[in-house]
Design a protein around this ligand. Structure first.
Ligand SMILES: [Zn+2]
Length: 219
């Protein structure tokens, strides 16, 4: 399954994957060391005496490590290996709601926090995905720079590709953007919803209603 290319944006873009991924531990270590030096210069430019400040002297290292190992981990790691199983005749909806989303906007490098609700309907000869793999797919695409609209499409495309011959895939993201809350307009509480529906979710109103009924349980 890892042979399938699930990437939609150009290699190297913040919401894409890094050239040469998956990186080895040594390559990540070198990346952290380089990013640490650069972030020290960033703080210098902001006139922070970080070298003598006991709360800031390790900050360039902490920030670099957080980007490589956590915030942008999806850019540097291999895609999750996806286990699939025969659907054994199940042709109803498979729904997983409330998947925690932690991401970062490509524009301002501020957090995006929210929930992802995904669903699909296996076709007669489709495979079903191991449930936790849906969470892992969300993590893989969210742990990068992100544009919520594109992230929605990326998760949808991955599910649609992996669950071949499906009868529909639905992805909805409900998230708050720190860049809206803390800078610019500074509006707390505003959230953004995006959705991508195909197959029965788009064409059949009863299926769509059932999906949104399930989503409502997480609000
Ligand atoms: Zn932003």
């Amino acid at each position: 399954m890892n042979k399938i290319n699930l990437e939609l944006v150009k290699e190297g873009f913040a919401n894409g994957v890094a050239k040469g991924r998956p990186l080895t531990v040594a390559e990540k270590g070198l990346m952290i060391a380089n990013a640490e030096i650069a972030f020290g210069h960033f703080l210098d430019a902001l006139k922070v005496n970080w070298r003598e400040d006991p709360n800031s002297d390790k900050t360039p290292h902490r920030v670099a490590k957080a980007y490589v190992n956590d915030l942008w981990a999806g850019r540097y790691e291999a895609p999750p290996s996806i286990t699939t199983f025969p659907s054994d005749g199940y042709d109803g909806m498979v729904f997983e709601g409330g998947i925690p989303l932690t991401s970062m906007c490509s524009h301002h490098h501020q957090t995006i926090m929210g929930k992802v609700h995904v669903a699909y309907i296996p076709g007669k000869d489709s495979q079903v995905i191991g449930l936790s793999k849906l969470n892992r797919l969300v993590e893989h695409f969210a742990r990068r720079g992100a544009i919520q609209e594109q992230l929605t499409v990326a998760i949808h495309n991955a599910m649609d590709t992996i669950i071949s011959d499906n009868n529909g895939v639905a992805v909805m993201i409900d998230a708050t953007h720190n860049c809206v809350q803390c800078r610019g307009v500074k509006h707390g509480g505003a959230s953004m919803k995006t959705s991508k529906l195909t197959g029965a979710f788009k064409d059949d109103s009863a299926t769509r209603m059932e999906y949104y009924e399930f989503v409502r349980g997480y609000n």
